[in-house]
Design a protein around this ligand. Structure first.
Ligand code: THU
Length: 161
């Protein structure tokens, strides 16, 4: 007979920016700034992502689109690939992601796509240390995940090869 496996994921829901700690607040502010740099003439959906590194520095990314649509890249991956290319040995302490429509000033819930979760999982696995993820939630709130693995249960890593 089949046994049932239940997965529990608990996240913190912060109702407003004041409930974030100072580094989270700065990371989210920078992500909101980074969204302005998105090159998104096709979707007009601006995404900003910030990585807080172990030395206290931040690395930003934004979505970069292309007339050949699949050639574009999400904000999370521009940040992660750019960071890893420039600082291959630095650990990531936090990923912050936000999004908005070009014509609006308010930010929208920013749920990373599956491919971005997979790329986040690669770096979490590489650094042997959890990476908390802070996402813009609804109505000015924020979702704090304790680790990338909470965003992608049953994830695939080099351990599976
Ligand atoms: N996008 C991101 O930047 N991150 C995600 O996780 C989801 C989608 C971008 C890709 C594209 O430029 C636009 O949002 C619309 O899909």
């Amino acid at each position: 007979m089949a046994t049932e496996l239940t997965i529990n994921i608990s996240i913190d829901v912060l109702e407003k920016a004041e409930e974030l700690n100072a580094q989270e607040r700065e990371a989210m502010q920078l992500a909101q700034d980074a969204a302005k740099d998105a090159y998104a003439p096709y979707s007009n959906y601006l995404v900003g992502a910030t990585l807080l590194l172990e030395d206290g520095t931040f690395f930003k990314g934004s979505n970069q689109e292309n007339a050949a649509y699949p050639s574009g890249l999400c904000a999370e991956r521009t940040a992660l690939f750019g960071m890893s290319a420039n600082h291959p040995n630095k650990k990531i302490k936090l990923i912050a992601v936000t999004a908005r429509r070009r014509e609006d000033t308010h930010f929208l819930p920013a749920m990373p796509c599956g491919a971005c979760r997979q790329v986040m999982a690669e770096y979490e696995h590489k650094q042997h240390d959890k990476i908390p993820v802070l996402l813009q939630g609804p109505d000015g709130s924020f979702y704090r995940f304790k680790a990338v693995s909470d965003l992608l249960p049953f994830l695939f890593t080099s351990d599976n090869l």
